[in-house]
Design a protein around this ligand. Structure first.
Ligand SMILES: Nc1ncnc2c1ncn2[C@@H]1O[C@H](COP(=O)(O)OP(=O)(O)OP(=O)(O)O)[C@@H](O)[C@H]1O
Ligand SMILES: [Mg+2]
Length: 377
């Protein structure tokens, strides 16, 4: 196999004027009067591993099917590699799709399932089987090449489907929930395999998933979808640290949301008066006006928990540990403030703590001003 084709510039989306590989502009899909995909704009770059993430029914598969050409957009344009796809049928597109319900050919062996697409293209039998074998090695199924699908586990079948999608070396690979049938351990392993395969082959991947951890692990960037629309596009870290709405903040990871109004603005600080925490101090943020309704978002791990009152720290409250869960590498807390508000906080267990904070203890919680994210919707 050739050397990994790793682009010198691995984050083209950060560069102004970079040419996207895929351009989706104003794409809408209607089924009767139901809008499954609503006015989506999306640019994806070569060699990205882009994840479409969202709840069931939000339009992920429909968008993917339009990219593959199995579904016609009601309006809008899709360009792949500089070519308008409007009149290009699926088999003429530089794409290959692994469907959510990947149907393997039941009467064919694993290797024939994988080689089939190449044989149909007219490739020599020896070449087709050699390439199929290469793919089966990649997904660690070379020992099962002679079995039929009904002699495989669900996870193994899914890996055959993945090999079958990869073997044609498409420029763009569309994967709809490719790891859905795998158990947690195999799923995590396969995620890293997928990243390795993607980096080795330099193929552009679009992966649909409803699993946020999976998207965070796999993606160069994530597009978070809701009700047919894309709510936010960004690198995993961006989506986690700077969500643009309560929906995204809550959908990716765990978050505390505090509702309030902008109460005071000074050059070096801002105060919001919240229902849950009273006044909160944070860094000033552009574009906000006095009295505006906002939500302060804080991730659980951004709270510090202590037995004694922290010194010189704004944003400090007292509460009682109502619940505590030890998960090995971290502990999760539910802390009840005197006004009844419940705070989700967590601490990483980097050091072994002989005397961890536990149930029913009176504690102080505090949060740095910069740990707040202010949301306006
Ligand atoms: N052929 C169709 N006719 C009518 N409605 C459809 C059709 N295909 C999809 N839909 C509807 O469009 C919406 C989006 O469907 P889609 O399959 O894209 O969702 P999804 O995000 O992939 O969900 P899941 O995670 O459950 O696979 C759903 O409400 C679905 O019922
Ligand atoms: Mg789907």
């Amino acid at each position: 196999m050739s050397q990994p084709a790793i682009a010198a510039d691995t984050k083209p989306w950060r560069r102004e004027g970079a040419t996207p590989f895929i351009s989706v502009r104003g794409v809408t899909k209607q089924f009767g009067d139901f809008t499954a995909v609503a006015d989506v704009d999306l640019e994806i770059y070569k060699s990205e591993l882009f994840c479409l993430l969202g709840e069931s029914g939000c339009g992920k598969s429909t968008l993917l099917r339009m990219l593959a050409g199995f579904e016609q957009a009601t309006s809008g344009t899709i360009t792949i590699d500089g070519e308008d796809m409007a009149r290009v049928p699926p088999d003429r597109r530089p794409t290959n799709m692994m469907f959510q319900s990947y149907a393997l050919f039941p009467h064919m062996t694993v290797e024939k399932n994988v080689a089939y697409g190449l044989l149909r293209e007219g490739l020599k039998k020896s070449v087709a089987y050699e390439r199929a074998a290469e793919m089966l090695r990649m997904v660690k199924l070379e020992k099962l090449a002679r079995r039929r699908p009904d002699q495989l586990s669900g996870g193994q079948r899914q890996r055959v489907a993945l090999a079958r999608a990869l073997v044609k070396r498409p420029k763009l690979l569309l994967l709809d929930e490719p790891l859905g049938a795998l158990d947690k351990k195999l799923r995590e392993e396969t995620q890293f395999e997928l990243i390795k395969i993607q980096e080795t082959l330099g193929v552009t991947f679009i992966v649909v998933t409803h699993d946020q951890d999976e998207a965070m692990t796999l993606a160069t960037r994530i597009g978070v979808m809701k009700d047919g629309k894309i709510e936010q596009i960004g690198e995993p870290r961006e989506i986690y640290e700077t969500p643009n709405s309560r929906f995204v903040a809550d959908f990716i990871g765990s978050v505390n949301l505090f509702e309030g109004k902008v109460d005071a603005v000074a050059p070096d600080m801002m105060r919001i008066e919240t229902y849950e925490l009273g006044p909160v101090l944070l860094p000033p943020q552009a574009g906000l006006t006095l009295g505006q309704q906002v939500w302060g978002a804080v991730r659980p791990e951004r709270f510090a928990i202590s037995r004694s009152k922290p010194e010189n720290t704004p944003n400090t409250w007292q509460g009682v540990v109502e619940e505590m869960g030890y998960i090995g590498h971290m502990s999760q807390y539910r802390i009840r403030l005197s006004n009844g508000v419940l705070i989700r906080a967590s601490q990483s267990n980097r050091l072994r703590d002989e005397d961890p904070i536990s149930w029913d203890e009176k504690v102080w919680i505090s949060v740095q001003p910069s740990a707040f994210r202010v949301l306006t919707r």
